[in-house]
Design a protein around this ligand. Structure first.
Ligand code: SF4
Ligand code: SF4
Length: 212
């Protein structure tokens, strides 16, 4: 394979001038393969478009249906009894390349329990001015608390309203669920929420009650 750069005139220095690469090769006229004038070729592209299928979306009058695995607005999921899956570990915030997530963990007590186990997400915010919807946060979440919905209608006219709070991100209560705080209804400790009851030495794991 020939290297055209080797044909160029080497740069020369004289006095205090700055050496610049030769541009002689750019002065050569371009060789055209086609006998059709360029202007006619250009109009040909236009005419070809006229007969193609129109792909104009009638949004918002006809809302677009996304693919099932589209990365849209986040959801903080619940266990089947309504307790929150988030344990306030901040792994999602550490995984986020855009620094869009802010989490503050809190301690559960027997009087005020929001999740199984010791900790829960007391403060949870996602800044949708920063989020690039990459999904790394949901991959990092160890409890499958954080997932992404298909909702893409997030536009707003001010910055403050694009910082979503925990209350906005929490999944709605489904039939049979109870608004936390309340005691654990599915077992005596958090293992009953995350692990199947061992059967003859089996250590298989199952996540229960995932909603999104
Ligand atoms: S989707 Fe990506 S950018 Fe958005 S909050 Fe999650 S990790 Fe951060
Ligand atoms: S959403 Fe998941 S990763 Fe983020 S703080 Fe809660 S439990 Fe941890």
């Amino acid at each position: 394979m020939s290297d055209n750069r080797s044909d160029r005139t080497p740069a020369k220095r004289s006095g205090g001038e700055v050496a610049r690469p030769s541009t002689d090769h750019l002065a050569k006229p371009a060789v055209r393969d086609s006998l059709i004038p360029a202007a006619v070729q250009g109009f040909g592209v236009t005419f070809a478009q006229i007969f193609r299928k129109v792909t104009t979306e009638q949004y918002p009058f006809e809302p677009k249906v996304t693919k099932p695995r589209y990365h849209g607005r986040h959801v903080l999921n619940r266990h089947p009894d309504g307790l929150e899956k988030c344990v306030g570990c901040e792994l999602c915030a550490w995984a986020c390349p855009a620094d869009a997530i802010y989490v503050e963990g809190g301690d559960n007590t027997e009087e005020a329990r929001y999740s199984p186990g010791e900790r829960y997400g007391a403060v949870y915010q996602i800044n949708y001015l920063r989020c690039i919807f990459c999904g790394l946060c949901i991959e990092a979440c160890p409890t499958r608390s954080l997932t992404m919905s298909n909702d893409f209608e997030l536009a707003d006219d001010n910055r403050q309203d694009l910082i979503y709070t925990k209350e906005q991100l929490m999944a709605p209560l489904l039939p049979g669920m109870e608004q936390p705080p309340h005691p654990m209804r599915l077992g005596d400790d958090e293992k009953d929420y995350y692990l199947r009851v061992p059967e003859a030495g089996s250590a298989s794991e199952a996540v229960v009650g995932e909603q999104a």
